[in-house]
Write a protein that binds this ligand. Structure first.
Ligand code: NAD
Ligand code: ZN
Length: 358
């Protein structure tokens, strides 16, 4: 028997306004005059309400991260090269944003000490050295990137994370105030990433009591805020932030499933983003998760959310094959969803028929 011995986040601070404590949190981590580098989602450029509160000292620098596309290995390598050229060493990297910026922060922090390209480390346990100190501060809740041991990157040949014991953040700051102004549709798509993590974990074959405990709690929080509340309020932000955390903890000890495996194909070929891509897929996979998909549809309706349709219309056979190859490459996800004989169940033809529905 082989049990996963997983590395967790170092420190967690939670609470409305906890972002205000960042200066004192960073102080003991500063190494001489090596700066702290703040990666901030580009949506906050010219938003002093947030940027004005970043505790800059000495040579510290804010870099606005363009998240028009999900993180690419080329972008990670370029930022690492620029930081190394400008500063030599940095004290740490702080990612302030959604899953994309948090993943960029993790990846660049790792690449500050590991040689070569981030593409060389896409996979499991390929990272050999601890990176520099890194902090995750979510401004969107749902991905669980704040607690996970991966940072998802699109590289030259695949979309795959740098999964390693060095990847989790040293510190996370969970301040529900920071997710308050997220646009309604985006908040929903990212929150549904959490909902889908819960369903895929709870319905998966890898499930154990550890995963179930976190998954059930996260699911209950999602149901409360998206089905039982009439208005979005501060309480909803607080609960969504904890749902994301617990959902991430649930998959840490299990795995995601069909929606993720299939949406990775869409992301790779079409650039469909994680949250919305999972929603597009989940909407159509009632055969795998009947109760979860029915409930998802209720939430979509209640919140009047637009789920794009027809995105694979007109694609070529080669395109479908690319998506199928990417998706079937996610063996652990399929095994969690369908069991060890997943290859007999999920044939290329069945997967093609599924892709044609989106
Ligand atoms: P995101 O980070 O890609 O951001 C989505 C959009 O929301 C962007 O346009 C961004 O500018 C905007 N935004 C972010 N915060 C905002 C705010 N407070 N107000 C207004 N706009 C805001 O979205 P996401 O869903 O959080 O993250 C998706 C990414 O996370 C993908 O790259 C995915 O691969 C990754 N991911 C990582 C993990 C992990 O474990 N590391 C897990 C799931 C997903
Ligand atoms: Zn996800």
């Amino acid at each position: 028997m082989k049990f996963r011995n997983f590395k967790m986040v170092g420190y967690v601070i939670y609470g409305r306004g906890s972002f205000g404590q960042l200066d004192e949190i960073l102080a003991p981590q500063r190494k001489g005059d090596a700066p702290m580098i703040f990666f901030v989602d580009h949506v906050f450029e010219n938003k002093p309400a947030l940027t004005g509160r970043i505790p800059l000292r000495g040579k510290d620098k804010v870099i606005f991260i363009d998240v028009t596309h999900e993180p690419k290995t080329t972008y990670v390598d370029r930022l690492r090269d620029e930081l190394t050229a400008e500063f030599g060493e940095v004290s740490g990297i702080i990612g302030i944003g959604g899953g994309s910026v948090m993943d960029m922060a993790k990846a660049v922090a790792l690449m500050m000490t590991n040689p070569g390209s981030s593409a060389d480390y896409q996979g499991w346990d390929l990272v050999k050295k601890a990176g520099v100190y890194k902090v995750g501060i979510p401004t969107l809740a749902g991905t669980g990137a704040e607690v996970s041991r991966t940072c998802v990157l699109t590289g030259p040949t695949r979309k795959l994370g740098m999964n390693s014991d060095f990847t989790p953040f040293d510190q996370i700051v969970l301040d529900p105030e920071l997710i308050k102004d997220a646009p309604v549709n985006q908040r929903f798509y990212t929150a549904m990433d959490c909902y889908i993590h819960c369903i895929e974990s709870l319905e998966g074959t890898y499930l154990n009591a550890f995963s179930r405990s976190y998954g059930e709690k996260a699911l209950e929080l999602c149901q409360e805020i998206f089905l039982r509340k009439d208005n979005w309020d501060d309480d909803a932000d607080e609960k969504l932030m904890m749902a994301s955390y617990a959902g991430g903890m649930s998959i840490a000890y299990s795995q995601v499933g069909v929606a993720h495996a299939v949406s990775y194909g869409l992301a790779y070929l079409l650039g469909t983003k994680h949250g919305i891509g999972n929603c597009i897929v989940f909407d159509k996979i009632e055969e795998f998760y009947p109760a979860g998909v029915r409930e998802f549809k209720q939430m979509v309706e209640k919140h009047n959310i637009d789920i794009p349709q027809g995105i694979t219309k007109g694609l070529s056979d080669a395109d479908f094959n690319t998506m199928i190859d990417v998706s079937l490459g996610m063996a652990p996800l399929w095994e969690n969803a369908l069991g060890t004989d997943w290859k007999q169940q999920m044939t290329r033809e069945r997967l093609r028929a599924l892709y044609e529905q989106f």
